[in-house]
Design a protein around this ligand. Structure first.
Ligand code: AHR
Length: 349
């Protein structure tokens, strides 16, 4: 039996046994052999290259995409988990091209390094829709459009919240000692959020003690925070570039016998984070272990589906579609923040 047929049978058997078999949804895990499509049924074939499953946000995002690009909605979805590796995503895109999908949807792990493979997609005449993070390419015609969050704005909101908190509680900038648990280096979400922190540190005069990547995962967030706590005795603010890193940081803080909370002039360590997409994160806001979260909305499935259905009707989408997002905190000393003359109310869960 040929390897490809053998693998196809295994995959079909697993999906039937798990009770989640859908004729239109094939998880390839970078194995080109197992991909099949349903073009004969007249559905629109989509190859979706996802970053991975590094965070709760990502898992919610994957579900949203699968739900919107479903058989019921007329799609045949080829899903590929890139496992946080750009090389896997490049292989997936080449497989999609070979399979002559109708559209490629790419959630790129990092911004750089996409020129060649996106040019191959363009040469094959396959439109590429970017979701969540952006790419840094020489020619913006290599992709049709992008939809996602303004990561720099998210970072500015959280930093401005910290500035307002300091003002409201008479805390001098020189008393703020921050460490930054960065996301995956080179990812739009890391670049934007880090850029905003660096600008705010310069603007307000806070002390940035250290930075290291937690790769947007809970385990790495814990490890990085434990290292920071061993190295620096006076940390009182942690800027976590997503909620899972924040959960890991809280574990490390408590394991070191310290407390996560707002009272930074009396030994507590303030946690700032991003996403706010799970009940767990919102509960951490309510119980005060996370002080502020800049929302990052993961529900891109319906947005991408709308772009594709519009393209099918000949409607050209906006090149960039930014999602509106909130800022969450249970602290009542800051009610609004203002950036570029726009006021944002702080949402108290
Ligand atoms: O690109 C969006 C970021 O990626 C989210 O903040 C994070 O949780 C995810 O892994």
């Amino acid at each position: 039996m040929k390897k490809s047929i053998f693998l196809t049978i295994i995959i079909l058997t697993i999906s039937l046994l798990s009770g989640c078999s859908r004729a239109n949804e094939i998880t390839s895990a970078n194995s080109a052999e197992v991909i099949s499509d349903n073009k004969s049924s007249g559905s629109i074939t989509i190859g979706f290259s996802q970053v991975g499953a590094e965070s709760d946000w990502r898992n919610i995002n994957t579900e949203s995409m699968k739900k919107s690009l479903s058989a019921d909605n007329g799609y045949s979805l080829i899903y590929d988990d890139g496992q946080q590796k750009q090389q896997n995503q490049i292989i997936a895109i080449r497989t999609f091209i070979q399979k002559e999908v109708d559209y490629i949807v790419l959630a790129p792990v990092i911004e750089d390094g996409w020129n060649t493979v996106l040019a191959e997609a363009k040469d094959a005449g396959i439109p590429v829709i970017l979701v969540d993070r952006k790419v840094n390419v020489e020619d913006n015609e290599l992709f049709t459009c992008w939809v996602g969050s303004d990561f720099e704005l998210e970072g500015r909101k959280v930093c401005e919240w910290l500035n307002e908190y300091c003002k409201a509680n008479a805390i001098d900038a020189e008393n703020i000692n921050i460490v930054n648990i960065k996301g995956t280096e080179g990812a739009s979400a890391e670049l934007g959020r880090s850029r905003s922190l660096h600008k705010a540190v310069n603007k307000y005069g806070w002390n940035l003690l250290d930075e290291a990547s937690g790769d947007f995962t809970q385990a790495k967030g814990r490890e990085v925070m434990a290292g920071f706590l061993r190295k620096h005795k006076d940390i009182n603010v942690v800027y976590c570039e997503n909620d899972n890193e924040a959960f890991g940081a809280i574990d490390a803080i408590e394991a070191a016998g310290k407390k996560a909370g707002n009272d930074i002039m009396h030994g507590e360590i303030m946690i700032l984070a991003f996403d706010g997409s799970t009940e767990q994160a919102i509960n951490e806001i309510r119980n005060g272990r996370i002080s502020c979260i800049g929302e990052c909305n993961p529900l891109h499935g319906p947005r991408v589906e709308k772009i594709i259905s519009n393209l099918e009707k000949g409607i050209i989408p906006d090149k960039y579609e930014y999602v509106d997002e909130d800022i969450f905190s249970a602290d009542t000393s800051v009610k609004t923040i203002t950036l570029d003359d726009i006021s944002y109310n702080i949402v108290t869960p």
